[in-house]
Write a protein that binds this ligand. Structure first.
Ligand SMILES: [Zn+2]
Length: 292
């Protein structure tokens, strides 16, 4: 089945529910960047997280980025999702393999001391960034902490990724349940208790259950849950020769003059290479000279 988002409510609107299946998107990113297992385990959870964050964008042209940075060997990663469900990203140390085999199972620990940031951007507007300090443990807990600290929305977050021995992605997905201001606190406690009894979401997906089935069976009774499909997500980069041209022009005449021989920049997100010959570079430099 293709990757997709769901949106809904539980208990007559007292809670907001977001869910996503992202197995294929995670696999595409793994293949594209030849990710090592520790990176696949990190990005396989960042992908469903940022996909669900994108559901608040309202505008298709908006973009939300989820980035983690740390002083540990894994260093960090960035995933961006547009309001139309196009996702792209990269890891800073994509092929990292830690000597202690078990350590490869704990990506957040391998990030070391660092931060988690959510950046929302819209065309022609200054991006809005919220940042929290990373705590050791699951990425899901860190994201719940972010919602609590940065956006004051009590949330439970469940993210899962399952990989096989070759680091291929068997399942990636997750859900977020957010408490609305008028929610009954007793219900919130019940939901938290139900979640603590819920098996790992990626294990359940691997058994063939869809996200709506997982939520209905383990978290919220079917009669209390309203969930509707909210569109597909897919790995799709928005780079183009024109975008690279614009970025080069921003460097200015002096900087461009050092690249007169021609350059072949590569997109970090999709590995596409764009060739700018000596002639192309001279044309770009001439464009800048023509400007007042
Ligand atoms: Zn690209």
């Amino acid at each position: 089945m293709n990757d997709q988002l769901w949106r809904g409510t539980a208990f007559s609107g007292q809670f907001r529910v977001l869910a996503v299946s992202s197995t294929q998107t995670a696999q595409t990113m793994r293949d594209l960047h030849d990710l090592s297992p520790v990176n696949t385990l990190l990005l396989g959870k960042m992908i469903p997280a940022v996909a669900m964050l994108s559901m608040d964008l309202k505008l298709a042209e908006g973009e939300v980025s989820l980035r983690v940075d740390g002083d540990g060997p894994l260093k960090g990663a960035l995933v961006i999702c547009s309001g139309s469900g196009d996702l792209r990203g990269y890891a800073l140390e994509p092929r990292l393999w830690l000597d202690d085999a078990e350590a490869n199972l704990f990506p957040v620990r391998a990030l070391g001391t660092g931060t988690l940031s959510v950046i929302r951007g819209f065309p022609n507007k200054k991006p809005v960034t919220g940042t929290t300090v990373l705590s050791e443990g699951e990425l899901a807990l860190n994201l719940a902490h972010y919602f609590d600290q940065s956006e004051q929305i009590p949330s439970v977050v469940n993210l899962g990724v399952l990989i096989d021995k070759t680091a291929a992605v068997r399942a990636s997905g997750g859900f977020i349940i957010q408490q609305m201001p008028d929610a009954d606190p007793k219900l919130a406690d019940e939901l938290t208790a139900a979640l603590s009894r819920t098996p790992n979401v990626s294990d359940l997906m691997d058994m063939g259950l869809s996200l709506p089935e997982i939520l209905k069976r383990f978290v919220v009774k079917e009669s209390e849950l309203e969930l509707t499909p909210a569109g597909p997500i897919q790995y799709r980069c928005n780079c183009s020769r024109e975008r690279f041209e614009r970025a080069l022009l921003l460097l200015g005449e002096e900087e461009l003059s050092t690249m007169r021989e021609g350059i072949e920049p590569q997109c970090h997100f999709c590995n596409a290479t764009y060739c700018f010959s000596a002639e192309d570079m001279n044309t770009l430099i001439a464009t800048l000279k023509d400007k007042p």
